[in-house]
Design a protein around this ligand. Structure first.
Ligand SMILES: *Cc1c(COP(=O)(O)O)cnc(C)c1O
Length: 357
């Protein structure tokens, strides 16, 4: 499919943030966006790259009422030789379509997903920041825009991609976060939408997150919705626990998001001398293993922050510190190696990097 490129009028061109250490996360957007429509009977049509601007949507659009929407998140890095690298974007394309199937939305052809992103990023390459731990965050989104109040799959969709130059995900930098194991609310249940990257999962997690913030925590760690006993994941990160040189994470049971960073950690860790294991983690066992000193490190994995060290884990009335509140050796090693591959400082033995032409 040909993507039509519309010019950006000079008065609509934005001024780039000159101090890249002030970027924050997801606050600024580039000059252009990709928009492709799907209409029943016509399938995918009207692919265009156009100026970044608000949509003019009918207030009855299905997405506003019944949340038929999915999204993805990936990053582009500008290497010191000027090349622009994406990290495993075909995994995002595949997961996007898995989410689409779950939400009764049309799948985006992988080729369109990848070529669309590459063409957009290529046009916006001047927006990619180059300061340490910055990147261009890419947000593909699919929304239902048919204006009707009946509960049903839409007959009209917008697939769009926006770009945001980002700095470190956490303002405080690569520092351990404090996590509360949530014992009241649940994020996902078997048969639900936990495995799909869909907005509703986030909307329903806000309350737990807010209450945890008020108690001084950075994030919530979810337990499984049936037994409220097995570790699932954190907000937008999968979780890992290091038992010495063995790294353990929860299996993909259907209510957990299948993280691409998670998959990368599982593939990378053995090459760094660590053993990996996917198994159910009972929160009670985990707490006593931390107490007994068997769990030496804990960290989260996700595109936004790549690897996030955990400093403190609290469950009910029990608060335990990990790694003396410092960044552990395995956590640091995985962060350095993953970001090293992404930014071209280290060799990519896995073929994970895909260059933008
Ligand atoms: C996106 C996301 C993750 C992390 O996935 P990555 O592909 O590693 O970025 C983890 N959990 C949830 C709920 C997510 O939405």
């Amino acid at each position: 499919m040909d993507i039509k490129v519309f010019p950006v009028p000079s008065e609509k061109m934005k001024t780039k943030i000159s101090d890249e250490t002030k970027l924050g996360f997801g606050k600024y957007f580039t000059d252009r966006m990709l928009l492709v429509e799907w209409k029943s009977g016509q399938e995918w049509c009207d692919a265009r790259i156009k100026p970044y601007e608000p949509f003019n949507l009918d207030p009855a659009s299905l997405v506003f009422h019944y949340a038929q929407e999915i999204f993805e998140g990936l990053k582009a890095y500008k290497w010191t030789d000027g090349r622009v690298a994406l990290f495993r974007p075909e995994m995002n394309a595949r997961r996007f379509n898995q989410s689409a199937i779950r939400m009764c939305m049309p799948e985006v052809p992988e080729e369109l997903f990848l070529k669309g992103i590459e063409q957009l990023v290529s046009l916006e390459r001047d927006w990619i920041p180059t300061t340490e731990s910055t990147s261009l965050y890419i947000r593909p989104t699919l929304i239902a825009v048919e204006p009707v109040l009946g509960v049903k799959p839409s007959d009209h969709y917008y697939f769009y991609v926006i770009l945001s130059p980002v700095g470190a995900y956490y303002a405080a930098g690569f520092n351990p976060v404090n996590i509360l194991v949530e014992d009241q609310y649940v994020r996902a249940v078997p048969g639900g939408t936990g495995e799909a990257k869909t907005g509703g999962n986030y909307a329903s997690s806000l309350k737990a997150g807010l209450e945890a913030k008020q108690k001084g925590f950075d994030q919530v760690l979810w337990l499984d919705g049936t037994h409220r006993r097995y570790i699932e994941e954190v907000g937008a990160m999968n979780m890992f626990f290091a038992y010495g040189k063995r790294i353990v994470t929860a299996p993909l049971t259907g209510s957990i998001l299948s993280g691409i960073t998670r998959d990368s950690v599982l593939k990378l860790a053995p090459t760094l001398g660590y053993e990996v294991e996917e198994r159910l983690i009972d929160v009670n066992d985990l707490m006593s293993d931390i107490k007994a000193g068997k769990v030496t490190e804990a960290f989260g994995s996700g595109t936004a922050a790549v690897i996030t060290p955990v400093g403190k884990l609290c469950y009910k009335n029990d608060c335990l510190q990990l790694t003396g509140g410092k960044v552990g050796e395995i956590t640091q090693n995985l962060y350095d190696t993953l970001t090293g591959i992404q930014t071209g400082k280290l060799k990519d033995d896995f073929g994970w990097v895909r260059f933008v032409e």
